[in-house]
Design a protein around this ligand. Structure first.
Ligand SMILES: [Zn+2]
Length: 171
């Protein structure tokens, strides 16, 4: 019947949505950054499943994180309600810098740990707005391998954990 995978996917996606702050989820919806699927549940009812953007801090299941809400972390530059998408990128780059400093990140392509004190191997936080909307971390030198590695990532097959509350209150 093919129903079981859909239900499983809906469950995984609901986990991500549940770990995304409701106000941030609304903000993502308003900015067209959520993916929506319509699926049947176990009783045959039609349900709408919302997949918000995620952070991919590496390739492991525990590296899939819900996006952080800047206000909740004391981000001083601007409240979420006043942010453009560019503002949110800037906030996330600071957040990802903290995640790298905490040793929580590895390159999406080569899978090696990313360290803050490796000027020979600079990294970047990349925003991807395709079938899956996400931010991921990658070495500059690994970018040409991204398209190949990104194949197979689907928004309705990811279950994000809550974001770590890194301190983003200062530069
Ligand atoms: Zn790499």
């Amino acid at each position: 019947m093919g129903e079981q995978p859909d239900i499983q996917a809906a469950y995984l996606t609901a986990t991500t949505a549940a770990h995304t702050d409701p106000a941030l989820l609304d903000w993502f919806l308003a900015h067209g950054l959520c993916r929506v699927a319509v699926e049947g549940d176990a009783t045959g009812a039609i349900i709408e499943v919302i997949a918000p953007p995620v952070l991919l801090l590496g390739r492991g299941a525990a590296d899939v994180r819900a996006c952080p809400h800047p206000d909740r972390l004391g981000y001083p530059a601007k409240p979420l309600a006043a942010m453009t998408l560019d503002d949110y990128h800037i906030f996330l780059l600071r957040y990802l810098t903290r995640a790298v400093a905490a040793g929580a990140c590895s390159c999406f392509v080569c899978r090696q740990p990313i360290h803050a004190d490796q000027p020979a191997a600079p990294w970047d936080g990349i925003f991807i707005d395709k079938e899956l909307v996400c931010w991921l971390i990658i070495h500059f030198d690994c970018k040409r391998g991204l398209a190949r590695e990104f194949k197979g990532y689907h928004p309705f097959e990811l279950a994000a954990l809550p974001p770590e509350p890194y301190d983003v209150s200062h530069d």
